[in-house]
Write a protein that binds this ligand. Sequence first.
Ligand SMILES: Cc1ncc(COP(=O)(O)O)c(C=O)c1O
Length: 436
Amino acid sequence: MSLPFHLSQRARQTAEPPISYFMEQAVGNPGLISLAAGLVDGASLPADDVRGAVEQILRDPARAREALQYGTTQGYAPLREKILANLLALDHVSRRDLDATPDDVVVTTGSQQLLYLLGELLFDPGDIVITEAPSYFVYHGILASLGVRTLAVPMDQDGMSTDALDELLQQLERAGELGRVRLVYTVDYFQNPSGLSLSRERRRQLLDIVQRFSKQQRIFILEDAAYRELRYEGDDAPSIKSLDAGNQHVILTMTFSKPLSPGLKTGYGLLPRDLVGPLLRFKGNHDFGSSNFNQHVLDQLLANGVYDRHVEELRGAYRRKRDIFVAALREEFPASTGMRFANPEGGMYVWLTCPEGLDTGLKSPFMKACIKEGVLYVPGECCYVGNGATPCMEARLCFGVATPEELREAARRLGRAARAVGLPRRSLPRAAGCRA
Ligand SMILES: Cc1ncc(COP(=O)(O)O)c(C=O)c1O
């Protein structure tokens, strides 16, 4: 008989991520169209461009050896230069405006690694993190594993409610808990899961609030702009980072996974300067540097303009898919059915809100009917954490990976599943929360 072993407190606090369930379903049900996983468009993956970049690197023996050697913990310096230049160009600002240099950029193994490392760096058990409701559920897993107390602030069409954030911070101050607040997490462009973005006005307000409540210690904003470059219409809004004149409060994280290739698994952060050293000490313990070879490949793609061209093409491909999917959903779910969804201006997600009585939870009849029909979504309930209600009639639908024909078919399957569990064709009242 094998002896039991000790699992750390942190391991015991780490639940199985909900994504495992969706992966199992996808593998166990061939023919199933998964709108659950946030995978990117397969046809657009830049195989030829990456082959070209790899050939160029390997053709030059000195460069090849450099790329195949270990790199630095912080990341390949020429790549960090280009990352900063890209960020400055997106915000139409100069290095001086931002008080930022390539030494404030850290390259990580996906932006996920940065989210994790920042957690280890900044949070003790019982510390408070404020996030949006709903928000990126994989981040919730990190917070739970670190024993963080997560509080959530509702969103509306303009993103996180800054009034509600202000009120929450006032409450925490009255309760003597302001000193435990470490950061406010926002996915501020085409949020995963809701597709909503933080308005221009709220960006400034969010920064002002965080500065105002940074009394006993600095409260950070963790700006997760993973989808920023995937805008299909409308005007770009400045990053919150670009408003943070002293480079004090905002940790900006972005990734090459969504606009280029998740297989390269490379993300990055632009950080307040005094956070870089402590972060690198942690990253040194983790891996003392993300894949050097991948960073050289990325550097090559940025240097020869391939990256910009690719992102432009990708926007076109996703815009077409979004239009096809939203049109197919409209056909399946006319307003009279009570199903609501917006046309996201960018990103990869359509957020579906069902009429009252149509539960989308993991164990719901609707989920079962969808699996039977051969379509999978992420139940909205997986995207809520902390205080407040967990609505159970929402669903995240990712249009990233399915082909246009699959998207049309997925909408038909969702329609059949909804009708199988009784979605009437008449008008229904607006949905309300159904679980405290
Ligand atoms: C909002 C958000 N942040 C971070 C990530 C992590 O992506 P990666 O680690 O591939 O950069 C994702 C992935 O889906 C995401 O949706």
